[in-house]
Design a protein around this ligand. Structure first.
Ligand code: TYM
Length: 331
């Protein structure tokens, strides 16, 4: 079992990242060989500020470590430091089909009406993501629900490559999506939109860097409806904000929405929100305090990333060499 996953180093880690991915990565560290990387090449697909990107890579590395990723157990690196990702991406670009990429919902959402003005990188993004996973022969890719389609595309690319070149080189990866409500955490302002770093409203998400007061205030102001909470989660259908807040509390306490609702049935959000705020502060507060400590030592963070990149490059090299040989190059 080999676990591989990544996160874009754009801005702050938020509660969706934490519940949907990072805390699950932390739990997998003791069960498998794990590689976790900062997808800084992916961050180039939209407009960036170079100096900010450099700082964000370090900040996100610190955030992962603060959240419990242990560099002594897992390989932590920035994927720009391992050129095999970009090299394999080129080879796989020639396997992937335009039609496959055209169907990617993230591409459609991010490009919107401006397809002609989008970078080629934004369109090609899922092929680089496939390379990220296939280069390490990953068996499990723990991600939130929103990344499922990309991992399924990586499967298709792996199968087509193996078939085209009559070789059993790539392992078709499995998207490993958590059960329960953590797989898709929604915005605090709109229960039909996912919690996302690209949402312009800071009120829509809780950041790892938010103070206890800011967390409490964001939850107090989270959109809700005037009805009391029911005793049965199926009665939350059609109430997306209520469903989301119940789901977030369930994900944090390890309960099911049923058991959460048993505690609050008949009560309004005036009773529910302070409990949610306390649980969020109990989860996020200690991670934030550790992040503040860790980010002080940039040299230590750079050393962790450099050591991780070296280990990752050694694991990637044989697969890249095989891929070149399979297509008739360098061999
Ligand atoms: P990114 O940086 O958007 O998100 C990182 C991880 O957080 C999960 N996530 C969520 N889970 C639940 N609810 C949410 N609201 C929520 N928002 C984000 C994401 O599903 C993801 O697991 N393309 C990827 C990064 C990437 C990658 C890869 C992932 C690059 N190469 C290879 C896996 C394997 C991305 O932009 O994730």
């Amino acid at each position: 079992m080999r676990v591989v996953s990544g996160i874009q180093p754009t801005g702050d880690l938020h509660l969706g990242n934490l519940l949907g991915a990072i805390l699950r990565w932390v739990r997998m560290q003791d069960e498998a060989e794990c590689l976790f990387f900062l997808a800084d090449l992916h961050a180039l697909t939209v407009d960036i500020e170079p100096a900010l990107l450099r700082a964000n890579v370090r900040e996100m590395a610190a955030a992962l470590i603060a959240s419990g990723i242990d560099p002594d157990k897992s390989i932590v690196f920035a994927h720009s430091a391992v050129p095999a990702h970009a090299e394999l991406c080129w080879i796989l670009n020639c396997t992937a089909r335009m039609g496959w990429l055209n169907r990617m919902t993230q591409w459609k959402d991010k490009a919107g009406k401006n397809r002609e003005g989008s970078s080629v990188g934004l369109f090609d993004y899922p092929v680089l993501q496939a390379a990220d996973v296939l280069i390490y022969q990953a068996t499990h890719v723990p991600v939130g629900e929103d990344q499922k389609q990309h991992i399924e595309l990586a499967r298709d690319i792996a199968l087509k490559f193996n078939n085209d070149f009559d070789i059993e080189l790539f392992i078709p990866p499995e998207p490993f999506i958590g059960g329960g409500t953590a797989a898709r955490v929604m915005s605090l302002r709109d229960g039909t939109a996912k919690m996302s770093k690209s949402d312009p409203s800071e009120q829509s998400r809780i950041h790892l860097t938010d103070s206890d007061d800011v967390i409490a205030q964001k939850i107090r102001k989270a959109k809700t409806d005037p009805d009391p909470l029911p005793d049965d989660p199926t009665l939350l259908e059609g109430r997306p904000e209520a469903k989301n807040l119940v789901g977030i509390l369930a994900a944090m306490t390890g309960e099911t929405p049923e058991t959460v609702l048993q505690r609050f049935a008949g009560q309004g959000f005036g009773a529910f929100k302070p409990v949610l705020a306390d649980a969020t502060i109990a989860l996020v507060g200690p991670l934030r305090d550790r992040l503040i400590e860790l980010r002080r030592d940039e040299t230590a963070l750079d050393a962790i990333l450099a050591a991780g990149a070296e280990k990752a490059a050694a694991l990637a090299a044989p697969t890249l060499a095989e891929a070149y040989r399979a297509v008739g190059l360098r061999g």
